[in-house]
Design a protein around this ligand. Structure first.
Ligand SMILES: [Cu+2]
Length: 252
């Protein structure tokens, strides 16, 4: 089944667009794009810094996620893994929070670097029972309200699907990555994945409603110029979930 990977990268003063057709999506697409900054070599240093946004930690990369019709796709996970000879910088791990509000997990999609702790506060006036059977993290927080009795450490890369033992429709995803460069697309389909030092990266994308696993895109960055990458993913429309009205008498 042919699949498209549509890539566009634009840096300061440049825009490059590519469309690729694969008869089969390879594990790693032979795609290398450079965010060009060579024009800066001919201008004074102060101007060069202004134009290129040079920083010791690399340059910001934003990913725009679109569906096959060109519409923005929110809640997509995007992460860039450095490949051979590319030295990753560090990014402070910020512990994450997944709340339970109105008998839903908020947010539904979370992406964290391995080694991050997640809290699961219950903001509802009823009990939740949070669990995961996923190989990347198996855990259970038995019936509780308010603050959970413990936070959960996500120490292994992979997808963790989380449910509630009381409310079957409640579902959340924690996508654990082995890189400091990651993000989740917002309502406009934009994901900031951090300041990437110069080098080569494999860019991965995932979405809860994806119809197939998208191809990995090879990205080359110079670490100087801010850039934006556009990725297309084939996602199914969200189906409304069955959610019974709240019943205080049944504590659900
Ligand atoms: Cu629940």
């Amino acid at each position: 089944m042919p699949s498209f990977v549509f890539v566009s990268l634009h840096a300061v003063g440049f825009r490059l667009n590519f469309a690729f057709l694969f008869s089969r999506a390879p594990a790693t697409s032979p795609v290398a794009l450079a965010s060009k900054g060579r024009h800066c070599l001919t201008v004074p240093l102060a101007t060069l810094l202004l134009l290129c946004g040079v920083s010791a930690g690399g340059a910001p990369v934003q990913v725009s996620v679109r569906d096959v019709a060109g519409a923005a796709v929110p809640d997509a996970v995007v992460h860039a893994n450095p490949i051979a000879d590319t030295v990753a910088g560090t990014r402070p791990r910020r512990n994450a929070v997944i709340e339970q509000i109105g008998r839903e997990f908020v947010p539904q999609v979370t992406v964290v670097q391995a080694g991050t702790t997640v809290a699961f506060p219950n903001r509802d006036r009823l009990l939740h029972h949070v669990y995961s059977f996923s190989p990347a993290k198996t855990f259970e927080i038995k019936l509780y309200s308010g603050a959970a009795p413990f936070d959960v450490l996500f120490d292994k890369a992979g997808l963790v699907t989380i449910g509630c033992n009381i409310h079957d429709w409640m579902i959340a995803y924690v996508y654990v990555v082995d890189t400091p460069y990651f993000g989740r697309s917002d309502s406009g389909g934009k994901a900031s994945i951090g300041d990437l030092p110069a080098g080569d990266y494999d860019v991965h994308i995932w979405h809860p409603q994806q119809r197939s696993q998208p191809a990995v895109v090879r990205l080359k960055v110079d670490g100087k110029a801010a850039s934006e990458l556009t990725l297309t993913i084939d996602v199914a429309p969200r189906r409304p979930k069955f959610k019974p009205p709240a019943n205080p008498a049944a504590y659900q």
